[in-house]
Design a protein around this ligand. Sequence first.
Ligand SMILES: Cc1cc2nc3c(=O)[nH]c(=O)nc-3n(C[C@H](O)[C@H](O)[C@H](O)COP(=O)(O)OP(=O)(O)OC[C@H]3O[C@@H](n4cnc5c(N)ncnc54)[C@H](O)[C@@H]3O)c2cc1C
Length: 507
Amino acid sequence: MTEDNKPRGPDLTRGVSLTEFKDGKLLGHVGEEDVLLVQAGGEIFAIEPACSHYHGPLAEGLVVGDTIRCPWHHACFSLRSGEATRPPALNALAVWSLARDGDRIVVQRKREAPRPSTAHRSAPSPENFVIVGGGAAGFAAVETLRREGFAGAITMLSDDGAMPVDRPNLSKDYLAGNAPEDWLPLRGEDYYQDAGIELRLNTNVSAIDPKTRSVTLGNGDKLRFDRLLLATGAEPVKLQIPGADQPHVHTLRSVADSRAIIKAAASATRALVIGASFIGLEVAASLRARKLEVHVVAPEERPMQKVLGPEMGDFIRALHEENGVTFHLKDTVAKLEGTRATLKGGAVIEADLVVVGIGVRPRLALAEQAGLAADRGVSVTEYLETSVAGIFAAGDIARWPDPHSRQTIRVEHWVVAERQGQTAARNMLGRRERFDAVPFFWSQHYDVPINYVGHAESFDDIAIDGSISGKDCLLKYRKAGRVLAVASIYRDLDNLKAELEMERSRP
Ligand SMILES: Cc1cc2nc3c(=O)[nH]c(=O)nc-3n(C[C@H](O)[C@H](O)[C@H](O)COP(=O)(O)OP(=O)(O)OC[C@H]3O[C@@H](n4cnc5c(N)ncnc54)[C@H](O)[C@@H]3O)c2cc1C
């Protein structure tokens, strides 16, 4: 339904003609509800038109076989069943049955989206699966295990006090004050109870013993496992300068961190963001939304230049400046004395709130202690299995053989962590599924979303189509003539097409 509560397009129960479709889609309504008709191959499907992740418009998405992909964050749904087949969407969409008489289509009954599966109740199994980490990868894994009908015990251990949350929101809408806290959990408490998932929060895992197949908890208890998933994520790099341990100096990873920044922002007037990383600049934008004066100090010449290139770097800088952010680039903070920050270049910035966003480091202590093979991350096979059979790793800690870039890579992307959690779960069940998804991430600055698909650790040149400053562009990052990655602003469909092309041109 539109915001003025008027249903959109034609009444689909009265019937529409195929000639009314545009680019294979037609948005109409059934009663009060919007319904999207989609032509896929020779078939027509009727589905809810808003993605179950952030309500992206599927009418602008890409149809691939009998699925549709969301233009915003590349979630994917089955047009037949409405099932969410790829993260970041976790929940299914409703679909409608329809009758077809030649060119004429009449939408009939609604089939409600199925609730998240809690299939374990059907057939008990003696197996015990342990998941270390309550983040993107860990959550996606437990969800998938139940969805796939795993009937054994699942224990999810997290040293965080919060249930698995939508972490990307912590630097964006939630921090900006545009999203209430109850939007953050990926699922409510009931879900874990109904699905028989033992979620133990505030529980640190201190050791893994691959021989006895057990983990040791912080309180000394031991827990046996048949299969283990290690999904310990990453932690913010700590600033090593005098004064960095003061209470007004923050980092951002958890809900508690985001809450603490919000609390501090309520009484602060001037914020200093150290580091022009994705998270640092998203924090800058959110603090501007809270009307704080914001200064960003970073050593690079242009923000995000290494990943996105100089042209996009200049644009991001200008975008933040238009929104009132002051940059101090090619400089670093030498010391913090109370509210006084002294830069190496000699300048002094007074700031009553400091947020450090100078990158993250994968949390590898457990993997190292357990003797798992490591190479700037936990080394995993294409099945996301570590060097020890039965122990899998996924998310920010995992370095996997990426068939697209033909390198072993480790990334820090939400969607990749979720997709790896799903694949790892299926492989814990013995499915032998290769992880070959094309990496994808997004970042949001004010009203500007940046979508990035592929992976280019370095590139020779960038082919720019459209206008970056006009917020309508597609950038192709090329190395030795091959397109390794594509970034875009408001070219969502092209970004989806680039993803598909990379999937199809896999060596
Ligand atoms: C503020 C913020 C914004 C972001 N925005 C985006 C974005 O817009 N787009 C994007 O693609 N990515 C974004 N990311 C990155 C994305 O959130 C991560 O890539 C993703 O969360 C990684 O998932 P993970 O499961 O590997 O780790 P996490 O989600 O970090 O989960 C790790 C879990 O392991 C637990 N843990 C660690 N060690 C132990 C231990 N020893 N014992 C018990 N538990 C342990 C932690 O408490 C945590 O629950 C953002 C990250 C942050 C912090």
